[in-house]
Design a protein around this ligand. Structure first.
Ligand code: SER
Length: 510
């Protein structure tokens, strides 16, 4: 089964069970200013999980484009990635655990053919906020999963959400598949990362709303939120890693072709890591640009820039000829343009933006190398033969030099880079940006007062009016809603004239 067949199999299975297939929302949350990117299938559905009726009913399913950038530095191993597709299905105050767990299990076993006796599950063990999930345990038992393969785990493992500071959340039950690798000890089981188990899906029983005070109050309606990682399932079915699946087939082949024989001195695992970074990051960039995230120095654009630049550096380290990114991006476009219209529609823009970023980064690298030369020929800055952690971090932050590259260049000049010092600066910086990101969670759709609901509706009217007056090139680039006012960012090459503004206002009022 290839990736498209897997996606289709899932959607058909749930459509046959009464779920309306909804399109993937964009990677940039449309009505939620509180996060940079869509990180889960439930994310665009928050208003409906909180009780607003969905126009397509109480049962929904889709494949949602997601981006998670917390683990960016770990990309390159077999399991961490940035962009992924989440297969999801939802009950908005409709059916409950018995159906959701049964259908999840049936799709895995009856449709995909996974062995039932290799499925393990975890359930919420219970604490002061919510009781042990006896109901899920009973359902799993009735479905034929024996008690020893049902593991109750604490909140840390078996509670999902909210996606921000506040919002819908609840206990969950994860499914794991025993890989065949022996368990590492008596305590090994679902949740252990020794490789004996791979997590293949998560059923969240959304029964609570976490408030700003940190308490959990019952939701108006109880929902089911199920998410399964398409890439991970595909890899598991093929007995390989994600990068060996059909999704990356052409891309990895192109990377290998362009880097063939260039760096025989690099150990195979280091080569593989760089190949994966290029594939993962450029795939994410293709999807981001298709959703109009353009490389820049701020917020989303900065993440896009960082991903492309990390891919370029990895390519340089593999000795790939530059420019190479557009050629690799082309393989990704070919793989996805049928399933995702927004990619087919914007091939030109995607290739141009990626190519342009490679050109710009070429200039930055040259400047960075000049800066590096200046620093390393300064006797004060290099006294004691050490390059301080602060300098290593500055080269990373300003010129995008990864610390490993700086360390390597330093070594060539007989210097030692202070990597521990660098780590400390890096951690400090990351904490600052996490805190800044968390700030963004305040407000937004989790605040569900009547006033914000009205302003939310008004943003939709505003967007349509802008398109009617200015043209279909107008796209939402962000929005921010508080009980006092709304803000709406959109794409348009010029400042609006007073006449255009009036036309937009009149259209909305009409
Ligand atoms: N929201 C849950 C997750 O991301 C299930 O879809 O795992």
């Amino acid at each position: 089964m290839n990736g498209d067949q897997l996606r289709q199999s899932f959607l058909s299975f749930f459509a046959e069970r009464g779920h309306a297939i909804i399109p993937s929302a964009p990677l940039v949350p449309e009505n939620d200013p509180t996060v940079l990117f869509t990180t889960a299938g439930m994310h665009p559905l928050v208003p409906y999980l909180l009780g607003e009726p969905h126009p397509l009913g109480k049962r929904l399913t889709n494949a949602q484009k997601c981006l998670r950038t917390d683990d960016i530095e770990e990309v390159g191993d077999a399991s961490h990635g940035t962009f992924f597709e989440m297969l999801g299905f939802w009950s908005l105050g409709d059916y409950w655990k018995q159906d959701s767990l049964r259908w999840t299990l049936e799709w895995f076993t009856d449709v995909l053919g996974l062995a039932r006796d290799r499925i393990w599950v975890s359930v919420f063990a219970g604490d002061a906020d919510a009781p042990r999930d006896e109901e899920a345990i009973a359902v799993w038992r009735a479905l034929g999963i024996p008690a020893e393969r049902i593991r109750p785990l604490p909140k840390h493992d078996n509670w999902w959400g909210p996606a921000g500071q506040t919002g819908p959340c609840g206990p969950d039950s994860e499914l794991f598949y025993a890989t065949g690798k022996p368990m590492c000890g008596p305590d090994c089981g679902p949740g252990c990362d020794c490789g004996a188990f791979v997590e293949i899906g998560n059923n969240v029983f959304m029964t609570y709303n976490k408030t700003a005070e940190g308490t959990f109050e019952p939701l108006r309606q109880r929902n089911i939120d199920v998410g399964l990682g398409l890439e991970r399932i595909l890899a598991m079915l093929g007995g390989t890693d994600v990068y060996a699946t059909d999704l990356y087939h052409r891309t990895m082949a192109a990377i290998r072709e362009l880097s063939a024989g260039q760096r025989a001195d690099l150990a195979p695992d280091r080569v593989m890591r760089r190949e994966r970074i290029i594939a993962d990051h450029l795939r994410a960039a293709v999807f981001m640009i298709a959703d109009r995230v353009i490389p820049s120095n701020v917020e989303r654009g900065y993440i896009c820039r960082r991903l492309i630049r990390r891919a370029i550096l990895a390519g340089h380290e593999l000795g790939m000829p530059s420019p190479f990114t557009a050629q690799i991006a082309q393989t990704i476009i070919e793989r996805y343009h049928q399933a995702y219209r927004e990619i087919a529609d914007q091939v030109e823009m995607i290739l141009t933006e990626i190519g342009r970023e490679e050109e710009r980064f070429g200039q930055t690298l040259t400047r960075g190398l000049r800066e590096f030369d200046r620093i390393t020929s300064d006797p004060v800055l290099t006294s004691g033969g050490t390059l301080s952690g602060e300098i290593v971090f500055r080269l990373f932050d300003t010129y995008g030099f990864p610390s490993t590259l700086t360390a390597e260049l330093a070594r060539e000049r007989g210097l030692v880079a202070d990597m521990a010092g660098y780590e400390e600066h890096f951690r400090h910086h990351r904490e600052l940006s996490r805190a800044a990101n968390q700030e963004k969670f305040k407000g937004g759709l989790a605040d569900h007062s009547e006033r914000t609901t009205q302003l939310h509706t008004a943003t939709h009217l505003l967007q349509q009016a802008l398109r009617d007056v200015l043209g279909d090139h107008v796209h939402q680039m962000g929005s921010n809603i508080t009980p006092e006012r709304l803000r709406f960012d959109f794409s348009h090459p010029k400042k609006l004239t007073p006449t255009e503004i009036r036309a937009v206002e009149d259209r909305i009022n009409a």
